[in-house]
Ligand binder design. Structure first.
Ligand SMILES: C[S@@+](CC[C@H](N)C(=O)[O-])C[C@H]1O[C@@H](n2cnc3c(N)ncnc32)[C@H](O)[C@@H]1O
Length: 291
């Protein structure tokens, strides 16, 4: 899933079960950053064609995706004159393999377990995405969104906090699946970077989504309210939200129980755990629907 190193606390769970650990817990996650839109350009096409994608096979299709490590491997010094590449390298250097630096780097350079859990659940459940407008919040590599694109979604929007992630990981990941244009058409995609509190302003006012997907995004108590507000303003009345998460996140404070509690107190959505994965830190898939 990721060949980045993780910073773990001292208990006995396996590293990948832990989830993001903040390097500086004095800072709050997800400080407001104006959302921007990004369009596919030559840089993204170059990265997609040069990088060797990773693969996530499902029963009927195979998803390709990139992480920052795949992209880093094909960037040389000459590329750094390109502003987006220089910024990406700077983020890699700042993050230095840590899981997240609150409000600086929010974790999208690697693909987290929740992304795979969510894709597997969507595949098992055979949810019909045909003709749907889909949004993935906090996408990183964007595997769940790519899956829905291959399963007939009408249009897919992908958002990440860091524009460096959108430019160098998310968009090239989507393009890696382009070889089969009939299954995955990047012209059906919209890309946004910035924080959840400003996303509604960046998405055209007339647009709301049938499905919202998100994985490993409820790790910070401070961002959960922002995430819920974005969900409320962007989901259609008959829409469905899928959330993949760990039951708790070491060192950063978030947990699935706390998120459920917040959703239930807010009373806008009903919330149900539809799948539990039993491991040292249990992981869940939740669905939210407007009441
Ligand atoms: C741990 S990463 C998970 C990435 C990806 N979903 C996965 O599972 O591989 C958390 C993601 O949430 C997003 N995120 C966290 N806080 C955010 C905020 N306040 N506003 C917008 N995005 C945020 C980041 O962009 C980051 O990609």
């Amino acid at each position: 899933m990721s060949d980045f190193k993780f910073n773990f606390s001292d208990d006995d769970s396996s590293p990948q079960d832990k989830g993001p650990i903040a390097t500086d817990q004095c800072l709050t996650s997800g400080a407001s950053v104006s959302c921007r839109t990004h369009t596919v350009g030559p840089l993204h096409k170059n990265l997609a064609s040069l990088a060797t994608p990773l693969s996530y096979p499902l029963q009927d299709i195979e998803l390709k995706y990139l992480t920052a490590a795949c992209v880093e491997a094909i960037i040389d010094e000459s590329n750094q004159s390109h502003e987006a590449i220089a910024d990406f390298k700077a983020l890699l250097s700042t993050s230095d393999g840590t899981d997240l630096i609150p409000s600086v780097y929010e974790g999208g350079l690697v693909a987290w377990e929740g992304a795979f859990d969510l894709v597997s659940y969507l595949s098992e459940s055979q949810f019909d995405f045909t003709g749907m407008d889909v949004l993935e919040l906090g996408c990183g590599s964007g595997l769940p969104a790519i899956y829905t694109l291959m399963k007939g979604a009408r249009a897919v929007s992908l958002q990440d906090y860091n524009y460096e992630v959108i430019n160098c990981v998310t968009i090239p990941s989507v393009l890696c699946n382009q070889r089969n244009l009939s299954l995955c058409n990047p012209s059906l995609c919209n890309f946004y970077s910035g924080s959840w509190d400003t996303l509604r302003e960046a998405v055209p006012q007339s647009v709301k989504f049938d499905v919202i997907l998100t994985s490993e995004t409820i790790y910070s108590e401070s961002s959960q309210t922002m995430l819920l507000s974005a969900m409320k303003s962007l989901l259609k009345l008959n829409g469905t939200i899928f959330v993949a998460a760990k039951s708790y996140y070491f060192g950063v404070g978030g947990s699935s129980a706390e998120f459920q509690e917040m959703v239930s107190t807010d009373e806008h959505f009903s919330c149900e755990i539809v799948k539990t994965l039993t491991c040292s830190v249990p992981r869940v898939i939740m669905t939210l629907k407007p009441r």
